[in-house]
Design a protein around this ligand. Structure first.
Ligand SMILES: Nc1ncnc2c1ncn2[C@@H]1O[C@H](COP(=O)(O)OP(=O)(O)OP(=O)(O)O)[C@@H](O)[C@H]1O
Ligand SMILES: [Mg+2]
Length: 381
């Protein structure tokens, strides 16, 4: 594909809604723009409306309200085949009576691509996706992961301007998933195509997305780069959804002057930074939820001098369990009614049951409102 003939393929959603028959609101007022050649990931828990949104972009689902535009042109009424998009379905949707090669070539045949060109593209794609040894098999003779790769190959050979991928790697084992992820990112760069990639897997979203749309219960929660979502989550849902183990949440009450936070029976002293964050946002003297990621919870061991960062707030907690992952330890603590996880390098530790002091990195504390939507408190920089 030469640059001159490359179509610009931005995708834009304006206040898109989907209400299914029976009144279920699957997508509520979704607006965002995917730039030409961008890889945008749409992530959220099962049932939040991801497939519905993608199917509306593809033209396979009617749009209740709002507009979908591709390349600046509204396509609400444009047939799927005329949108220059290829979609990989969550459910593969392969033709059972066609072989792997025939399934992959099908879309090209329909578009009357010359036979030699079809063969060249099918071979190149199947080699990339490690399917070249099973070209003559029928789908029923394939594993779930292999079927999923055929579905992916079928979209890739078409070389469309926009790819819509609905959980295309969900049936692969961990090794294949990772190598396919790297392959997809490479293909994205190489093809210069716009991609919208749907997943419920936050690791996949973080590693693959240039930007990520976080979705929950039909509503967009936040749109940003992976790093900014991780560092500045807009609300408790985003904070808890991205990152593993998940962010720890400790409900507490901020003192009137913002100088400390009462968590159960303990008082966490907050230095200027946290105070400055809390006060202008009007959070002083009210209930908030403190968020701290496991890598920002440090354990103060009894026999080592605790000289680091004296301003960091401290908390006493009972060590309940130690989960080794090989490269690190996940330490599960209990602090009154709350559980707290710390992520530390492997090291000798006291037995579970020990009462230990935890140091929370002051520069990495998050505050959220205690209301149900749990908005972030403080400036977003
Ligand atoms: N044809 C339909 N009629 C009525 N409700 C539907 C229909 N299709 C989906 N839904 C509902 O809309 C909501 C969103 O479904 P959708 O398939 O978009 O979720 P999803 O985010 O893709 O989930 P998953 O990760 O499990 O694939 C769900 O509550 C689902 O039950
Ligand atoms: Mg889905």
């Amino acid at each position: 594909m030469g640059c001159a003939e490359k179509v610009v393929a931005s995708v834009r959603l304006d206040r898109v809604c989907k209400v299914y028959e029976g009144g279920h609101v699957a997508v509520d007022d979704a607006s965002f723009e995917v730039a030409d050649r961008e890889l945008m990931v749409l992530v959220g828990p099962s049932g939040c409306g991801k497939s519905t949104l993608l199917r509306m972009i593809a033209g396979l689902e009617s749009i209740t309200k709002g507009a979908v535009s591709i390349d600046g042109r509204e396509v609400n009424e444009v047939a799927p085949k005329d949108r220059n998009i290829a979609m990989v379905f969550q459910s593969y949707a392969l033709f059972p009576h066609l072989t792997v090669a025939q399934n992959i070539a099908f879309g090209l045949k329909v578009r009357k691509v010359p036979a030699a060109e079809i063969e060249r593209r099918v071979l190149a794609t199947t080699r990339t996706l490690e399917l070249d040894s099973m070209l003559d098999r029928l789908p029923r003779a394939l594993s779930g992961g292999q079927r999923q790769r055929v579905a992916l190959a079928r979209a890739l050979v078409r070389e469309p301007a926009v790819f819509l991928l609905d959980e295309p790697l969900s049936n692969l084992d961990a090794r294949l998933r990772q190598s396919m992820r790297i392959e997809l990112a490479r293909l994205h760069r190489q093809l210069g195509a716009t991609m919208i990639y749907v997943t419920h897997d936050q690791v996949e979203a973080m590693t693959l997305g240039q930007r990520i749309v976080v979705f929950d219960r039909g509503r967009i929660q936040q749109i940003d780069t992976p790093l900014r979502l991780y560092q500045q989550p807009a609300n408790r849902f985003v904070a808890g959804f991205l990152g593993s183990p998940a962010m720890n949440f400790l409900p507490g009450r901020l003192a009137d002057d913002g100088a400390n936070l009462a968590v159960g029976a303990q008082i966490l002293q907050l230095d200027g930074a946290a105070r400055a964050l809390a006060r202008p946002a009007g959070a002083s003297g009210r209930d908030v939820v403190l968020g701290v990621r496991p890598e920002h919870v440090h354990v103060v061991l009894p026999d080592t001098a605790d000289t680091a960062a004296p301003v960091d707030p401290r908390l006493t907690a009972t060590l309940e369990a130690i989960e080794p992952t090989g490269s690190e330890l996940h330490l599960v603590f209990r602090c009154g009614p709350y559980q707290l996880i710390a992520r530390v390098a492997p090291r000798p530790l006291p037995e579970p049951g020990a009462l230990l002091q935890l140091r929370l990195a002051l520069d990495h504390l998050h505050f959220f409102s205690s209301e149900s939507e749990g908005r972030r408190i403080g400036p977003v920089v």
